[in-house]
Design a protein around this ligand. Structure first.
Ligand code: SF4
Ligand code: SF4
Ligand code: FES
Length: 226
């Protein structure tokens, strides 16, 4: 029989089997996760969670679908993190520091406290990519923020009200559009798609049932990573 651990949700004690994630533990306790949950696999960032444990007053940060419950963990609801997102047309932008400052002039308010880094469940060097962004180093900001899942925890903690993940995604877009080396085989494949080369096959795939799609997905060829 599984060992049970105590957790507290909105102050109420529950006993849950050890090894469950925060998300599955909450469902085990009868909560239905309609919002604040998406991929359940650590990719979408929808399940950002703040918690603390009994003997430790410090707040801790993680993704509810990834973090396994600990004994005497205190959980509560976290409001969504609204953020002012700059509007821009990627085709009319330029990959420069000036462009970043036009979109996010508050970047200069970063005083290097590192609170954002400590909040990041992906263990990204958030403060350092913000500093790269301030210096106009779009390539490095994109590189350091590549694994960002847009959970919002860094923005929730920043004492200056900055939104690191929005700055980072602009950099990744600018990098992809203006700085990354063009990929000939990708350009060729897009041209083939646009010319209708795969239309018939795509129509066939659209008519397949879920099981056959899953079988094909699981048996697909995967390119070796170099
Ligand atoms: S950089 Fe911010 S939004 Fe991205 S994963 Fe880390 S805490 Fe979440
Ligand atoms: S929390 Fe805000 S002010 Fe502090 S380093 Fe991160 S972005 Fe800069
Ligand atoms: S539900 Fe998508 S990251 Fe947790």
């Amino acid at each position: 029989m599984a060992t049970l651990v105590d957790i507290y949700i909105m102050g109420k004690r529950y006993e849950v089997p050890e090894g469950l994630t925060i998300l599955t533990a909450m469902e085990y306790c009868g909560y239905r996760m309609v919002r604040g949950c998406g991929c359940r696999a650590g990719f979408c960032g929808a399940c950002a969670t703040i918690y603390r444990t009994k003997e430790d007053p410090q707040l801790k940060f993680d993704l509810a679908c990834q973090k396994v419950v600990e004994p005497d963990m205190y959980l509560t609801q976290v409001p969504f993190f609204p953020a002012r997102k700059a509007l821009y047309d990627l085709e009319e932008s330029e990959a420069s520091g000036d462009q970043l400052l036009r979109l996010y002039p508050d970047l200069v308010k970063c005083f290097g406290c590192n609170t954002c880094t400590k909040a990041c469940p992906q263990d990204l060097e958030v403060m350092w990519y913000m500093s790269d962004a301030l210096r106009g180093d779009i390539r490095e900001t994109a590189n350091k923020s590549f694994d960002c899942v847009m959970c919002g925890l860094c923005a929730a903690r920043c004492p200056q009200g900055l939104v690191p993940y929005d700055v980072a995604i602009v950099c990744r877009r600018l990098y992809g559009r203006y700085l990354a080396k063009r990929s000939k085989h990708l350009d060729d494949r897009i041209e083939e798609i646009n010319s209708g080369k795969f239309d018939e096959e795509l129509d066939r795939i659209k008519k397949l049932g879920k099981e056959e799609l899953q079988r094909r997905y699981e048996n697909r060829d995967i390119e070796a990573a170099y």
